[in-house]
Write a protein that binds this ligand. Structure first.
Ligand code: PLP
Length: 395
């Protein structure tokens, strides 16, 4: 199989599996909150991972809180910071963008529907990038003092487009407005400029950078005190109660360190492969690139294929040994058009497919997959099946 779905999840790195193994063997024991020797060993492993993540991200260990993944980190930041603002008598308006991951958008929608929070989702340009001035105008319209939080992702999971946080971050800091950024797709693929962005909160997910599923990070500034979503043992600065997932956290720590160390070289290697694939495929009649050609993640190829059915194309590629996705990995199989495709006004008479390259992708993979995609599209165009666009999903 040629795996070109690294935005959905990445293969577990061998070094990560090795580091996790002792915590997953029969008889392994360790609650990081226990005071006995086994508990202290688990605590030491967790704190070692926290140090590695902090160094990889460029924050202090105190600012690294472990969660069950990106979804929990997004929801905890958004709901928790809005609830805290409301209790402090500050404004509760939220400004976000129309192309955020559902973990962000639906947290915002829930606050709007259940708690009357005023949410503005700013549209994006046809290239999949939000205009910074337009976003800041929305903050000014809501009133900086009335805005509890702005949530803008660092990189979009479907298109791979990079958002202008280097402009938005400092402008929000000047206004005294808190920023949450979903950096789930960005970490390990581009540098996170935390000193420039100055986020109050940031979400990461281990399985997007060679770590295990089910573990992530809420990077939370030391002075931020969101209300918790979960109550109990008051672990993780009281923001995230629950016995820590020691094996997952150990794996996350090693994965974060490796991803940060390899990021510069991997960026150059993978983006060269991406550009080769884009050049070859967009040279074919009826195939166009979605999203900004340069301001995108190194591994993201997102294509509009005119006159072809997305599911049929995906299945043909799967049969030929190429694993990729329609827009993004499927969300409970629901065939609903992606909100990201809607936001960029993507053609309705085209299949939209996402091929995402990563650490395990070789030049041979890319060349073989390019041929397979070209052949599949040629076959389907000849068959001239009806045209529908790709379904919505997550990943
Ligand atoms: C941008 C983005 N945010 C959040 C998530 C959710 O992360 P997790 O799968 O760890 O819950 C994903 C992945 O699905 C993502 O791509």
């Amino acid at each position: 199989m040629i795996y070109l779905d690294h935005a959905a999840t990445t293969p577990l790195a061998p070094e990560v599996a090795e580091a996790m193994a002792p915590w997953l063997t029969a008889g392994a024991v360790g609650n990081a909150s226990s005071l006995h020797a086994a508990g202290r060993r688990a605590r030491a492993a967790v704190e070692d991972a926290r140090d590695r993540v902090a160094a990889a991200v460029g924050v202090t260990p105190l600012e690294v809180l472990f969660t069950s993944g990106g979804t929990e980190a997004d929801g905890s930041a958004i709901k928790g910071l809005v609830w805290a603002a409301r209790q402090a008598g500050r404004g509760t308006a939220v400004v976000t963008t129309a192309i955020e991951h559902h973990a962000v958008l639906e947290s915002c929608e829930w606050l709007a529907d259940h708690q009357g929070v005023d949410v503005t989702a700013v549209g994006v340009e046809p290239d999949g990038i939000v205009d910074a001035d337009r976003l800041l105008d929305a903050v000014d319209d809501a009133g900086a003092g009335d805005t509890a939080l702005v949530s803008v992702m660092a990189a979009n999971n479907e298109l791979g487009t990079l958002q202008p946080l280097d402009v938005i971050g400092p402008a929000l800091a000047e206004r005294g407005v808190a920023l949450h950024t979903d950096a789930v797709q960005a970490f390990g693929r581009i540098p996170l400029a935390v000193d420039v962005w100055q986020p109050t909160a940031m979400a990461l997910s281990a399985h997007k950078f060679g770590g295990p599923t089910g573990v992530g990070v809420l990077v939370l500034r030391r002075d931020a005190t969101p209300h918790p979503l979960l109550h109990g043992g008051a672990q993780e600065r009281g923001v995230r109660s629950g016995t820590l997932n020691v094996a997952g956290i150990v794996g996350l720590g090693v994965a974060a360190e490796l991803a940060a160390r390899r990021q510069p070289a991997e960026h150059d290697r993978v983006s060269a492969l991406r550009d080769r694939m884009i050049a070859a495929l967009t040279a074919i009649d009826g195939i166009a690139l979605n999203g900004h050609p340069e301001r995108r993640l190194p591994g993201h190829v997102h294509l509009a294929v005119t006159g072809v059915d997305a599911e049929t194309l995906l299945m043909a590629l799967d049969r030929a040994g190429v694993a990729c996705s329609t827009g993004s990995a499927c969300q409970s199989g629901a065939a609903r058009r992606s909100h990201v495709l809607d936001a960029i006004g993507a053609a309705a008479d085209a299949a939209h497919i996402r091929l995402t390259l990563g650490a395990t992708t070789t030049a041979d993979d890319v060349d073989a997959a390019t041929r397979i995609v070209a052949d599949a599209v040629a076959g389907l165009t000849a068959d001239s099946v009806g045209a529908v666009s790709g379904p919505d999903g997550e990943g």
